[in-house]
Design a protein around this ligand. Structure first.
Ligand code: PEP
Ligand code: MN
Length: 445
């Protein structure tokens, strides 16, 4: 691994996909200069710890749970919002750990997930065409010409919002909120009333009894009182990720200190592209999204470029085929990657291959398709003797109505009630817990 990082100009010379077109380059330069002097959001040593945990996933000894918003917003940086997301992830993790008896590596799509790739550069509403919303990192969600102009100052706002979020997350996970004795209090009213909420209550009571027993015999390890939680986002805007790439003083090697884990999206994974180039130089654990057009040779070439030393834990393939394509599309990738001895953790994103527009006009996903893709992922891995290493989901801790189906049986008509995502539809709290119980069953089989 080289200890140098290509400069920003040479990355731009690779004609990177999905970048903002800033009207004023000098404003970009001053935002980047500000970011270059900002303190790291995460430490290199923390990234190494996560890499070690993902190595256990690659070996089949742990399960990775990665989840959060499709797109975080600056407005969403509130104590309630961050706590709610953390809470649903902690609940899911405890379900998976307890019901399936596997260690769960917890990673949030949080504290940096502000930039979005778009399939079209423009959006038209009522005959008016404006630049597409590319996430709060780039421009505003409001559908006005002013708001849609890319503003580089927003990159500094991403840094500040990420710092505030991470500060809160760190306080929650070490300051008592993530204590396993809180397992009951994580289940708040609206969830408790649902069938899955009751299933959770029962499990929480069993855990509580076990904890009381452990305490009575004098065992009260640190692990009961805190959890390890990690941040992640798509590394999309090169200015931001480059400015936060720093040489670690311990190892003299580069880390992207904007998050513990960063991934390359389906639209920016070109082998000779700028995103693959930049991420090939950092030492963090990284992911690549692989959609249905990926060939086995693409996967091998990405692994060779991004993980030339074949280090376990360095590279995660996040597959997002769609419920109808995974059973045929995934086996050739796994077979070739496995036959070549390539070390990788395989994670299932059952969201991005299953998006469609409802008759009401909302972008949505069917809960049944999400489950079907996860089941396909498990079945394929089981039949090939490989490890279904984890789940990558878009979810929220709130009672939103963005995905249809699930135990509450949300319909197209329900979508209008509480559709709050500024980008893709997320599982709500009940749907997320249902998914966790179903996946725990799959893991047990
Ligand atoms: C996402 O994760 O929000 C996303 C855009 O995914 P993909 O790159 O897989 O389309
Ligand atoms: Mn998304």
């Amino acid at each position: 691994m080289s200890s140098t990082v290509p400069d920003l100009a040479s990355l731009h010379a690779l004609d990177p996909a999905q970048q903002p077109s800033y009207p004023d380059r000098s404003a970009v330069d001053s935002a980047v200069a500000r970011l270059r002097t900002a303190p790291p959001l995460v430490f290199a040593g923390e990234c190494d710890d996560l890499k070690g945990k993902i190595a256990a996933v690659a070996r089949g000894e742990a399960f990775l749970l990665q989840g959060g918003d499709c797109a975080e917003t600056f407005e969403g940086v509130t104590a309630d919002n961050v706590r709610n997301k953390l809470r649903v992830l902690l609940q899911m993790a405890v379900v998976l750990t307890y019901a399936a008896s596997v260690p769960v590596v917890k990673v949030g799509r949080i504290a940096g997930q502000y930039a979005k790739p778009r399939s079209s550069d423009f959006e038209t509403r009522d005959g008016v065409t404006l630049p597409a919303y590319r996430g709060d990192a780039v421009n505003g969600f409001d559908f006005t010409p002013e708001s849609r102009v890319p503003d580089p100052q927003r990159l500094v706002d991403v840094y500040n919002s990420s710092a505030a979020t991470l500060n809160l997350v760190r306080a929650f996970v070490t300051g008592g909120y993530a204590d396993l004795r809180q397992v009951h209090t994580w289940n708040t009213d609206f969830v408790r009333e649902s069938a899955v909420g009751q299933q959770y209550e029962q499990m929480a009571s069993e855990i509580e009894r076990a904890l009381t027993f452990m305490k009575a015999i004098g065992a009260d390890p640190d692990e009961f009182h805190r959890v390890d939680f990690h941040s992640s986002h798509e590394a999309l805007v090169l200015e931001y990720e480059h400015a936060l790439t720093r040489i670690d003083s311990r190892t003299q090697t580069p880390y992207d200190v904007s998050a513990h884990f960063v991934w390359i999206g389906e639209r920016t994974r070109q082998l000779d592209g700028a995103h693959v180039e930049l991420l090939s130089h950092i030492k963090n654990p990284i992911g690549v999204k692989l959609g249905p057009s990926t060939t086995p040779d693409d996967a091998l070439a990405l692994a060779a470029k991004l993980n030339p030393d074949n280090e376990a834990g360095r590279l995660t393939f996040i597959t997002r085929f769609g419920a109808g394509k995974i059973r045929d599309g995934l086996p050739p990738l796994i077979e070739k990657v496995t036959a070549e001895g390539v070390q990788v953790a395989w994670i299932c994103d059952p969201m991005h291959g299953n998006t469609f527009e409802a008759s009401s006009g909302y972008k949505t996903r069917r809960f049944g398709d999400v489950i079907e893709e996860v089941q396909g992922f498990f079945d394929v891995h089981r039949s090939l003797g490989t490890w279904p290493g984890g789940l990558h989901v878009e979810l929220t801790g709130d009672d939103v109505t963005e995905c249809v189906g699930g135990g509450e049986d949300l319909t197209d008509l329900d979508l209008a009630h509480r559709y709050e995502s500024v980008c893709d539809p997320r599982l709500n709290r009940v749907q997320s817990l249902e998914l966790a119980f179903l996946v725990a069953d799959m893991l047990r089989q």
